[in-house]
Design a protein around this ligand. Sequence first.
Ligand code: 4FV
Length: 243
Amino acid sequence: MIIQILSLFPEMFYGPFQNSILKRAQELKLVEFRLINFRDFTLDKHRMVDDIPYGGGSGMVLKPEPIYRGLQFAKETKPEAKVVLLTPQGQTFKQQTAEQLAAAEHIILICGHYEGFDERIRSWADLELSIGDYVLTGGELAAMAISDAVVRLIPGVLGSDESAQKDSFAGNLLDYPQYTRPAEFEGLCVPEVLLSGHHARIEAWRREQAILRTALRRPDLLAGAALTEREKQFLRQELDLKI
Ligand code: 4FV
């Protein structure tokens, strides 16, 4: 997979892209990141990337030309890229979106910074994504979060594909409680079932806990969780839920 990122601050990505999973994915040649500073595609001597808004108003607006030229440069690599604009006005990025993007061969992420985008830039995007209902200084942190969530789903990146399938939101459920040594700490004990070595019971307990945790913390996810009738009965009993 190739992920190209248009940004005014490519150096912001050096940290996350040179550590942990994203570093490993590049070393395994499962992903290649290309950082493109669209200021390099300005033609004026002041290298202007933004300007005042038509119609007046405060703040500045990112000009369409530098981003357009940067996008054309990125597309020279692979014209069939999936172009994603990062903006609070986009659809909320979810695990399902990460799974869809993980299937793409080539993604181009466009990061705004402190200003809004000229509306014409939206016409070049296949998808507009937001990582949440809040305003960031720039789209860079959103691009890092999306890159991480997508790349970790590429087979071979995590080293054990199973763990990606068992993460929170996989199967529309939150993750079950996790424990490691010591078995008791500050009077807090690991559930006996996890020490039993009985794998079937452990898997059943984990599934029940994931369902229970989801019902308590994110009941909105349950509709997409494909619960069995027995699991629905379990919730009705445990939480007196009407499902
Ligand atoms: C954002 C978000 C976000 C808005 C102005 C950068 C900033 C500037 N991007 N999810 N929330 N972007 O706040 O993706 O363009």
